[in-house]
Design a protein around this ligand. Structure first.
Ligand code: MN
Length: 211
């Protein structure tokens, strides 16, 4: 697990995204889903595995309907600090646009409720192209599957498991679980990133007057 591609793609003098450094969280494994209004609106699904956030771009976002399989394109690993990243990547930079923390929480592998941090099993599931996990988020709850498409390097399918109906689409509200803000509200607020404390300081950015 490394972050070379993540660092290569970004100019950290320009973007407020965190620099890529490996570190594992202390408690249970973490996940985050970020709503990202880049050139195309999509959701980024990220799972902590081996000290990084292994990431998939999901164009349509997750669906609570088990018959609704959503394309999830495997993209570069992101650093653990990205769990808390919400703000706007400057236009013209890689991934330029607004990022919302749409959902976050902990997860564990399916059938292993007692094992809160099974990194080695997750590494094996990635290699096997079959991930079966239980999410404990605010919006996404219960068993979810992420399955690699046969004969494909990047394309996976994200789906709610038929085994339970814990997740409710009605809970998929369009606001940040971190700040309660809408995409529009985030886009109007400048966020100062402080990676050392992993806390964000927010300040209002004066709206630019159009000439
Ligand atoms: Mn993205």
């Amino acid at each position: 697990m490394d972050l070379e591609k993540y660092n290569e793609k970004r100019d950290f003098d320009r973007t407020k995204e965190p620099k890529g450094e490996l570190h594992k969280s202390k408690g249970a494994l973490q996940f985050v889903v970020q709503k990202h209004k880049a050139s195309h609106l999509h959701y980024d699904f990220r799972l902590e595995i081996g000290g990084v956030l292994v990431s998939w771009a999901v164009p349509k976002g997750p669906s609570a309907d088990p018959s609704d399989r959503r394309l999830a394109v495997h993209v570069e690993n992101h650093p653990m600090d990205y769990l808390h990243f919400e703000g706007t990547i400057p236009a013209g930079e890689y991934g330029g646009g607004t990022v919302m923390v749409w959902d976050t929480g902990t997860y564990h592998t399916e059938g292993n409720e007692d094992i809160k941090k099974d990194d080695s099993l997750m590494q094996k599931q990635i290699e096997d192209g079959s991930i079966k996990i239980v999410l404990e988020g605010t919006k996404m709850k219960g068993a979810w599957h992420l399955v690699k498409m046969k004969g494909d390097q990047k394309n996976w399918l994200l789906m709610k498991s038929r085994s339970d109906s814990d997740s409710n689409e009605k809970e998929f509200v369009a606001k940040s679980v971190l700040s309660g803000r809408t995409m529009e509200e985030i886009s109007k607020t400048d966020v100062e990133w402080n990676s050392e404390s992993a806390h964000q300081k927010e300040k209002e950015k004066p709206l630019q007057k159009k000439k």
